[in-house]
Design a binder for this molecule. Sequence first.
Ligand code: ZN
Length: 87
Amino acid sequence: MSLFVREMPCRELVELVTAYFDGSLSRRDSRRFEAHIRGCEHCTTYVEQMRETIEATGRLTEEDIAPEARDEMLAVFRGWSGGRGSA
Ligand SMILES: [Zn+2]
């Protein structure tokens, strides 16, 4: 737990992933994003999937994110009742 940096929830990370890859995320949010990935294997997997999509298509847009993939992630997040999810 950090007193100085507000933790980025998984849900926010999913929303920001396109901005992260196209470089439009603020420096502060990029730091929070990367800090979150380091401690969250679910989001690491998600981000890796996005990276593979970018490598396959050359760029990432909202349309490139399979709705099923996002729904799957959000379902996982909903399954977390606090605990490690906010750690
Ligand atoms: Zn996460």
